[in-house]
Design a protein. Structure first.
Length: 728
């Protein structure tokens, strides 16, 4: 009975790699799902082959000074008499290669990722397992001979996996758009898929841990210990989620659960319930802290696996001496041995992986191009378009998702998504029919094929921009439970704004689709597709303003503990502001008496956005030639306590209703079509950003005088100056 239970739990352990695959498939964008799935399946298969061919020999061969086993050679494990221990080891050895593949999702090259997975499967897990687990007549590993203990693999497997993922993520860089303004924004497309993967990891990790117990009764006790610890880890993650940010609650809780399960694999065989509860809470809390630290230093952690593995491995490994009686002679000695073993494993896993990853980066085999990253790796690597017949995937998902939501707001957003997707699909079908008709009558087929390729590239650009709009439609207009943006009044106002912003885009796309059948040359079709992409791009910008307006009202979204020199920022942004004005064929005059020293408290990204928005709103009001230039002035207030940003233009005068809408957009919710959203939407967002940074916003507009916008921020006084003033 006991052997049968061990066999069942060994088979259930296969849920560990499958759970990791589900977690990552649910945390990537829809257009990268196939690539992520294939990448991690390949990593699992590579680990199985590496274990059979090389890994078993490196782990169990006759030891060489306790560092590696080499005397058994390759393909030693050729028989089929594999016990449950071999199956358990095979499953655990697959986790670091899968972590290597997970660290490259959405931006890594497929073959480069497979090479790194192979290197990790051969050089990392078998070698450190020999250090810590190998103890037979052929000699013991150098760590286990010093008393290092790792019962369930939390140090060997999961610390290895965490540092492998950390090294690869450091070498490959963050995903496009991940930092800094999107640190807390949830990514991915399937929370359910992600949650099921977490549950699979918990149950499979439990199975692999308790199968080592000598009896069925002790197996039940170990399962009880693991569930207690995982429950307390869940509790700690939920509590921290309420303190830090409600929007990330599910991510924090899931990361805490995985971290708690990892930590308890080292102690479940001998710990008491109170020990499990304490370790679960410590691992869950530390995992959230790791996640925040990695985000603050802009190191991407897809799926939060790096945070979960590192925190769970560290807590489980370091707390093991405290929970097991008779572990050694001295508690301090035991702790030092554990710390030394964890450090050695971390240095080997991180150093080897980083060295190989940097070689791949120098050779150009580590990361895909920016264009491939935007269009999606499923298309780049496998030619698989997730969207059926040019219909963006988000539209179909919105239909099923939003129908379940309450209120007319959901139906309205769903309608906009469907209408926009159908307009893009109609343009695509019209282009295909016109292309086939022109090619059938052309006398130069080679030249025609080249032009068709250019048209397809232009359509790819259009697809990316169209997907951006549909993703924005999915993200915005959701109740957040924080601030006035959760009110039905704001949601209703935003819904009307969204309708007005998208209507001209839909109208222009429909006109272009009707105009395509009249064309007789492929070059004309290409120009139409490029024009459509520009129209959609302008729509993306306007809808992004609305999305940013929502986020600007979230408490704690923008950090105020940073320090920014506005004069230096303006000097850096001056060239880009001039380019923005040249595109509108309008002059801009920028005045600032100093190049540094105007220091305020707040995020530099927010202040940069405020500068751009004020100029954009002024240029949008310059509708006639001969206007005087837009004047942007940054100076210190006469009192010395504030930094003042003034923007003056002589464009179209804002009405009193428009000024009221800028100060309080909800006050004009019934007259959106008369407000000139293109002119005032940038200023609405600018006013919200100024308020988010603790500044003051004022605006006035008079006929033949111009529109004057003023932003005032409290100046950051240096400590030495403040001390001298106090002494005086």
């Amino acid at each position: 009975m006991h052997e049968f239970a061990q066999l069942l739990m060994s088979i259930a352990g296969l849920g560990l790699p499958m759970g990791l695959i589900m977690v990552m498939s649910g945390r990537v964008r829809y257009r990268n799902e196939l690539d992520t799935f294939m990448r991690m399946i390949a990593a699992f298969c590579i680990s199985v082959i590496a274990y059979w061919a090389v890994g078993y020999g490196l782990y169990s061969g006759d030891t060489i000074d306790g560092f590696v086993g080499l005397t058994k050679g390759f393909f030693h494990r050729s028989d089929l008499m594999l016990g449950e221990t071999d199956l358990r080891r095979l499953i655990l050895f697959s986790v670091p290669p899968i972590a290597a593949a997970a660290a490259m999702v959405e931006r890594g090259r497929f073959h480069g990722g497979n090479f790194l997975s192979l290197a990790v499967a051969v050089l990392i897990a078998p070698v450190v397992a020999h250090w810590s687990w190998h103890n037979s007549e052929t000699g013991a590993g150098w760590l286990v001979s010093r008393g290092f203990q790792d019962i369930g693999g939390s140090n060997i497997i999961f610390i290895c996996s965490g540092f492998v993922g950390l090294a690869i993520s450091l070498a490959v860089g963050a995903r496009a758009g991940r930092f800094p303004m999107q640190v807390g924004r949830p990514r991915g497309h399937s929370p359910t898929w992600y949650g099921v993967g977490v549950v699979a990891i918990v149950f499979s990790g439990t199975s692999l841990t308790v199968m080592q117990e000598p009896s069925v009764q002790e197996m039940s006790a170990a399962i009880y210990i693991l569930f207690i610890g995982a429950s307390f880890a869940t509790l700690s993650g939920s509590f921290l989620a309420l303190i830090i940010r409600k929007e990330e609650a599910s991510q924090h809780v899931s990361t805490s659960v995985v971290a708690g399960t990892v930590a308890l694999t080292s102690i479940a065989n001998f710990a008491e319930p109170a020990d499990a509860a304490l370790i679960g809470m410590l691992a869950g809390t530390l995992s959230v802290g790791f996640s925040k630290i990695l985000a603050s230093i802009e190191l991407d952690d897809p799926g939060d696996l790096i945070s979960a593995f590192l925190s769970g491995g560290l807590v489980g490994g370091l707390m093991a001496p405290l929970t097991k009686e008779g572990f050694g002679n001295s508690l301090l000695d035991e702790f030092v041995v554990q710390l030394m073993g964890i450090g050695a494993i971390a240095v080997w896993a991180f150093g080897v992986t980083l060295f190989l990853a940097l070689i791949l980066r120098v050779s150009g085999l580590l990361r895909v191009s920016e264009i491939d990253e935007k269009r999606g790796l499923s298309v780049t690597h496998f030619g698989f378009i997730s969207e059926p017949d040019f219909m963006i995937s988000n539209a179909t998902r919105n239909v099923s998702r939003e129908v379940l939501s309450s209120g007319a707001r959901s139906a309205e957003v769903t309608r906009l998504s469907s209408d926009f997707s159908e307009a893009i699909a109609s343009l695509h079908r019209a282009t295909n029919r016109a292309t086939e008709r022109i090619l059938a009558s052309t006398s130069e087929p080679q030249k025609g094929a080249a032009m068709v390729l250019r048209i397809r590239l232009a359509e790819d650009s259009l697809r990316v921009k169209a997907e951006d709009i549909l993703m924005l439609l999915e993200e915005i207009m959701k109740p957040t439970g924080s601030g006035d943006i959760s009110s039905e009044q704001f949601l209703s106002w935003g819904q009307d704004v969204l309708d007005k912003l998208l209507a001209p885009v839909l109208e222009d796309i429909d006109k272009l689709a009707r105009h395509i059948p009249l064309q007789a040359e492929l070059g004309e079709l290409e120009n139409i597709i490029i024009t459509a992409a520009e129209i959609v791009s302008n729509g993306v910008h306007q809808i992004e303003l609305l999305r940013d307006l929502e986020e600007a009202q979230l408490d704690g979204l923008f950090a105020r503990d940073h320090i920014c020199d506005l004069a230096q920022l303006l000097a850096d942004k001056q060239a880009r502001i001039q380019v923005l004005a040249e595109l509108r064929n309008r002059p801009v005059q920028i005045d600032c008496p100093v190049t540094s020293g105007l220091t305020v408290t707040g995020d530099a990204n927010v202040f940069s956005r405020i500068l751009t928005l004020t100029v954009e709103g002024a240029l949008n009001r310059q509708l006639e030639n001969g206007m005087r230039p837009v004047r942007l002035e940054l100076r210190e207030h006469s009192s010395g306590q504030y930094v003042v940003l003034d923007c003056l233009d002589t464009g179209v005068t804002l009405s009193a209703r428009q000024i009221r809408a800028i100060r309080d957009p909800l006050s004009e919710d019934r007259a959106i079509e008369d407000l000139g959203l293109r002119q005032i939407l940038p200023l609405i967002l600018a006013s919200r950003l100024v308020n988010a940074m603790g500044g003051e916003f004022a605006i006035s507009s008079e006929h033949e005088v111009g529109t004057h916008l003023r932003c005032r921020f409290r100046k950051k006084v240096k400590k030495r100056q403040a001390t001298s003033r106090k002494a005086a």
